[in-house]
Write a protein that binds this ligand. Sequence first.
Ligand code: ADP
Ligand code: TRP
Length: 325
Amino acid sequence: MRRSLSGIQPSGKLHIGNYFGAVRQYIALQEECDAFYFIADYHAMTTVTNPDEMAANCHDVAAGLVALGLDPEKATLFRQSDVPEVAELTWLLSVVTPVGLMERCHAYKDKVAQGTVASMGLFGYPILMAADILIYDSNVVPVGQDQKQHLEVTRDIAGSFNFQYDSEVFILPEPYILPDVAVVPGLDGRKMSKSYGNVIEIFGDAKETEKRIKRMKTDSTPVEEPKDPDTCSVFALFRLMASADEREEMAKRYREGGVGYGDVKKRIVELFFETFCEARERRQELESNPEMLREIYAEGGRRARAKAREVLERAREAAGIGRGL
Ligand code: ADP
Ligand code: TRP
């Protein structure tokens, strides 16, 4: 069976960009793949420096994933740091990774430009991500568009290692990016991202969520003027949650003119609560049962670790590490 794998950083609250861009695909793939999903706490160390915040975020994201429908009976859910083998593999991969490959990565440059400390951890982030993927013999990696380059880097690194040691230690993974939801816009029209403060949180306070949606940035095209649904970020959010019929109808009204942004925003609020009401209830129930989450992660960690040990051993063997004495 093919393996799907993905990771999500515990660097803040889950938002609808995470859901439509990635988490919904995690859930779909758990039906047809041997699915491994993890909370990327080693990665989040590059930006989250408060230990209590790290712990709280890990819990929060884990509970959110389960509430949204990740089923621990079908998928293996774990914390990245429960598999420390991944740190050793990162080293083995680092020695076959050219510095130039890292220098070309956009995420590093973007984060430094936004004020993140330019640590070696942040610089080498894609190597750790490659290790995450390769250590489980992953075939398919559901992510949003912003992670595409990291997948290409992973394939390059896997190829370098295989070539260097004349082996087939690593499987080359394929990204799984749905074009329709590859980049969910945020409330200011830029990509929705925790670091831009422009998100619609999935489990946020109901009143606050409604207010934020209604305050969404729009241009000043008058109600009666025609508008282009393909370039409007209000429409982009609407279409994520609307049915195909409603989408078509609204696109038509946009083109004809006569739709006000206020009405579309009102509809987005309704659709948001329809889409996420069950998950929001489940999230509350989980809050009263932290033991259950701990068990899910302990069991997931054990399963993931067994697989990781097997692949790491293959890599060590190929490189002649741990032999000869
Ligand atoms: P953020 O940018 O908010 O920090 P993460 O880096 O934690 O989000 O992303 C977790 C997953 O969600 C990744 O697979 C990422 O590609 C996806 N994702 C995040 N934001 C978006 C977005 N606005 N549109 C589509 N996918 C997204
Ligand atoms: N870099 C990803 C992000 O910021 C998170 C991540 C870490 C990941 N390791 C991964 C995603 C492995 C897919 C596969 O969103």
